[in-house]
Design a protein around this ligand. Structure first.
Ligand code: ATP
Ligand code: MG
Length: 266
């Protein structure tokens, strides 16, 4: 039987500001199975970060509900369950005055998790991304790609069930991004987490996810979804050359281009 990790029902978010009310999210209905990787794509300002912030407990919904592993919440996911969630934010937010090791300890300190098993986990994760020897380095001593890897494993340190990732590879050059996409794919195979990924890259979305939601803006809503049923375990560097992938790529590109046309018209 498939276990549902996360479901939202008519999730809506209105922001009130001096310039009036912005409907950032309007009736968002998504669902993610346990261990499934789902992506969200959409134009700037369509509410992708707002959605992730609400799911990650940083922001409150105006209305609607979230179900997290069978528990339904209308005020957002409570603190106890937020411990089962990891968040990679859109901004590069490693703490400049802390070493790699101390940055990685941050979620553990916040959640009051101490002990040898957690020290071991930090070493294991650093090993997984090939950065063991940088354990005592400061963020400014790392390249952009290395910082990104650290931010990624920092979100995994407390061993969450669900990982929320807001354009984690967005600030990287195309070559580093591709490299990290494949590294991330192999990390996904090893860790088998449930993941909700925001991305603006069609190939990143197709390589990594089995379902892609496409959003439009003003108000932010989901307009389309594309499914790709190839199991993650079977994906690799040749996946992008298969007919099925190329077919889906054309379909996805067309949907996104139509969204862009709508933006120009409105
Ligand atoms: N704290 C806030 N107060 C008022 N309006 C906000 C706030 N945060 C976001 N918004 C508005 O909500 C809408 C969605 O913003 P959001 O950051 O979620 O978009 P996004 O899809 O993540 O964009 P991008 O791709 O550029 O990161 C935008 O119109 C934005 O101006
Ligand atoms: Mg955003």
């Amino acid at each position: 039987m498939t276990i549902k990790a996360l479901t939202t029902k008519n999730l809506t978010k209105n922001y009130q500001s001096r310039s009036g009310t912005t409907c950032a999210l309007n009736d968002i209905n998504i669902d993610i199975d346990d261990k499934q990787i789902v992506s969200i794509m959409g134009p700037s300002g369509c509410g992708k970060s707002t959605l992730l912030q609400i799911l990650g407990g940083i922001n409150k919904p105006t209305s609607g509900t979230i179900s997290f592993y069978g528990h339904e919440y209308s005020e957002g996911i409570p603190n106890e369950d937020l411990k089962k969630i990891g968040f990679v934010f859109q901004a590069d937010n490693l703490l400049a005055w802390r070493t790699v090791k101390d940055n990685l300890y941050l979620p553990l300190e916040i959640m009051n998790l101490r002990g040898k098993e957690w020290d071991n986990r930090i070493h294991e994760l650093l090993d997984m991304v090939g950065l063991k020897k940088f354990i005592n380095a400061y963020p400014h001593e790392l390249s952009g790609g290395m910082r990104q890897r650290i931010r990624l494993i920092r979100a995994l340190v407390h061993n969450p069930n669900l990982l929320l990732m807001d354009q984690p590879f967005g600030a990287l050059d195309a070559i580093t991004r591709k490299l990290l996409n494949y590294e991330f794919l192999s990390l996904c195979k090893k860790t088998q987490k449930t993941i909700l990924l925001v991305t603006n890259d069609i190939d990143e979305a197709l390589l990594l996810s089995s379902k892609i939601y496409i959003m439009s803006s003003s108000p932010g809503k989901i307009t389309n979804e594309v499914k790709y049923d190839l199991p993650i375990a079977e994906r690799n560097r040749v996946t992008a050359r298969t007919n099925k992938y190329q077919q889906l790529r054309i379909e996805l590109k067309k949907i996104i281009q139509e969204e862009m046309m709508q933006l120009r018209v409105s």
